[in-house]
Design a protein around this ligand. Structure first.
Ligand code: GLY
Length: 577
């Protein structure tokens, strides 16, 4: 496969290669004319993200000579301004970095934490049922935000530019404003009813009208600009102490929440060892607990590894049967074993070990679905020795960043802290408000993830790196709550087993099963014949118009960068250099 000579000459002309060495005389990127879902192509820097202005803010850092971490921090702050449904400074997330110089991967956990005053039953009504309003749409739903601490930690330890430089694009976007793009208009339109229930959210996002601003209108966020300036000027203390912390604590008191200024001042981002696994010739590095993502992506891939899935055919009934059964086994384990590793011992090694998964694989029947109620979490004793956003970045020095962060639901709790211009997360719902009962994503979770003061709620966020021949090959991840894990797993399988281009791997229709409820959701595009065969094999199918994930990835082949922003939601953008 070859690009035209003219295009190749053009690409080479714009490519003063540094950290990445392109093989000599190999004729350029492995993309042909006529390739469907053509990815963006570059060779010096790339930011694949959910929103154009924020991707460009990151790319500007690369052009200033910054590295992928500088770009990630700039993009992370900018998304808080341009993608308020998920970009944030009052949420939390995970960043996975490949450092070219040391050939190491570091994982930064900046997940929200439960305040000291949180307690196991805080979201239960007197009759023992879950108080959904409190768990989803109250100040109590918010965990202590981790994003500002996480981004500053990443920058100070692994970046090369200063905070003032990387945060400035976000401040400019908030202060000078930007024209409301289609995606923001649509997001606000669908959330208008919920946002208008909170006076401050109504004022900030809907101009006090209860309706979304029209496309093209200049949208300014002066309070958010002031909040970002306090971070610019005082770093960690500019958010977790002083005016911002006091405004958050005041809103908590007003709404009956328990988070106070001591909770905020005590928040810390921490580094953890990522989960490492493999699929055939590829090495996978992904998110460890308190994310369930790395463990369960590894499980799904390993369960499928010995099957001749390429011969069965992509999205054939035979393949989808195995995929669904693997997902069910993985999510059954999630319900029992996963939680905050600082509170409960999580048997990561056992859950991802060959011997344990060989036993689990034996439970998969050839042609017939096993009902979820029959599938139980495995016994690892013998083996132990839904809104979010993602971006992926590669720089000219060989560093790669994959970052997923969140305020949980779209627009989080729907509550803006007066005077700060920022939405509070509702991440406390990622705990099991009542172990054994479903949360907002329908996920059934166990005691390991019960609400506990000072703990981090279990997440599904799965920023992931894939290595081929020991070199970074793909950086990927997705939003989508409980669907993140299955979206990432399918993207990886499409690339590694079905040999698809990045665009094809991302755009192909997906399925999702999370054990409970016992239902496989299928996106439009899976053939009706296939679905009929699955139903005949006793799979329960939900034919859905809603989508599974929004995967934003970069891929590196022979020194060329390919990027793709999932077209499932509006506004995604790959910024290239
Ligand atoms: N809030 C979604 C997740 O962390 O999985």
């Amino acid at each position: 496969m070859r690009l035209s000579r003219f295009f190749l000459a053009f690409l080479l002309a714009i490519s003063p290669l540094q950290g990445w060495s392109q093989g000599e005389g190999q004729g350029g990127p492995l993309i042909d004319y006529g390739t469907r879902f053509l990815p963006a192509i570059a060779s010096r820097g790339m930011v694949s993200g959910p929103e154009k202005l924020a991707s460009e803010a990151g790319l500007d850092m690369l052009k200033k000579g910054g590295n992928a971490v500088d770009a990630a921090v700039a993009t992370g702050f900018a998304l808080a301004v341009t993608l308020p449904r998920a970009g944030n400074i009052a949420g939390g997330g995970f960043m996975l970095v490949h450092l070219a110089d040391s050939d190491e991967q570091v994982f930064i956990d900046y997940r929200e934490m439960a305040p000291a005053g949180a307690s196991r039953d805080m979201f239960l009504n007197e009759d023992g049922t879950v108080d959904k309003r409190k768990a989803y749409n109250s100040v109590s739903a918010a965990g202590i935000p981790g994003t500002v601490a996480g981004l500053i930690h990443a920058l100070e330890k692994y970046g090369t530019l200063d905070l003032k430089t990387v945060i400035q694009p976000a401040i400019d976007l908030a202060e000078k404003g930007f024209e409301v793009p289609a995606a923001l208009h649509l997001n606000l339109r669908s959330a208008a009813k919920r946002l208008s229930r909170n006076d401050e959210a109504n004022r900030v996002y809907l101009g006090g009208t209860g309706t979304a601003p029209e496309m093209g209108i200049l949208f300014k966020q002066p309070d958010l600009a002031a909040t970002l300036k306090r971070v610019r000027d005082k770093g960690f203390d500019g958010f977790y102490k002083g005016k911002t912390a006091e405004l958050i604590a005041a809103e908590m008191r007003r709404g009956g929440g328990v988070m106070n200024t001591e909770d905020l001042a005590s928040y810390r981002a921490i580094e953890r060892q990522p989960v490492r696994s493999s699929f055939r010739d590829y090495d996978i590095v992904s998110a460890p607990p308190p994310s369930s993502g790395g463990v369960h992506v590894s499980q799904i891939l390993k369960l499928l590894e010995p099957f001749p899935i390429e011969e069965m055919g992509h999205n054939s009934a035979a393949y989808l049967h195995l995929l669904i059964e693997s997902m069910k086994l993985a999510y059954a384990d999630r319900s029992e074993y996963l939680g905050d590793p600082d509170r409960t011992e999580i048997p990561v090694k056992a859950l991802t070990s060959e011997s344990y998964l060989d036993g689990r694989r034996a439970l998969i029947k050839d042609d017939v679905a096993t009902p979820s109620e029959v599938i139980k979490p495995g016994n690892v004793d013998d083996h132990e020795s839904t809104e979010t956003t993602h971006f992926s970045i590669v720089d000219q020095f060989g560093n790669v960043v994959t970052n997923t962060y969140t305020i949980n639901f779209s627009f989080g709790s729907g509550i803006v802290v007066p005077g700060t211009g920022m939405l509070l997360n509702n991440e406390m719902d990622d705990f099991a408000a009542k172990p054994g009962f479903p949360n907002g994503y329908g996920l059934v979770q166990g005691e390991a993830n019960a609400v506990a003061a000072g703990s981090r709620p279990l997440s599904s966020m799965t920023p992931t790196l894939v290595f081929k021949d020991g070199k970074p090959w793909v950086a990927t991840g997705s939003p989508g709550g409980s669907r993140i894990i299955t979206a990432v797993a399918q993207t990886l399988l499409n690339l590694m087993a079905f040999d698809m281009t990045l665009g094809m791997a991302t755009s192909s229709p997906r399925i999702h099963h999370q054990w409970m409820p016992d239902m496989a959701m299928v996106e439009p595009g899976i053939s009706a014949d296939t679905v009929n065969i699955l139903e005949a094999s006793k799979h329960k199918i939900l034919r859905s118009d809603s989508t599974i994930g929004r995967v934003n990835s970069v891929q590196i082949e022979d020194g060329w960068f390919y990027g793709y922003a999932d077209p499932r939601r509006p506004g995604g953008h790959v910024a290239t250099w």
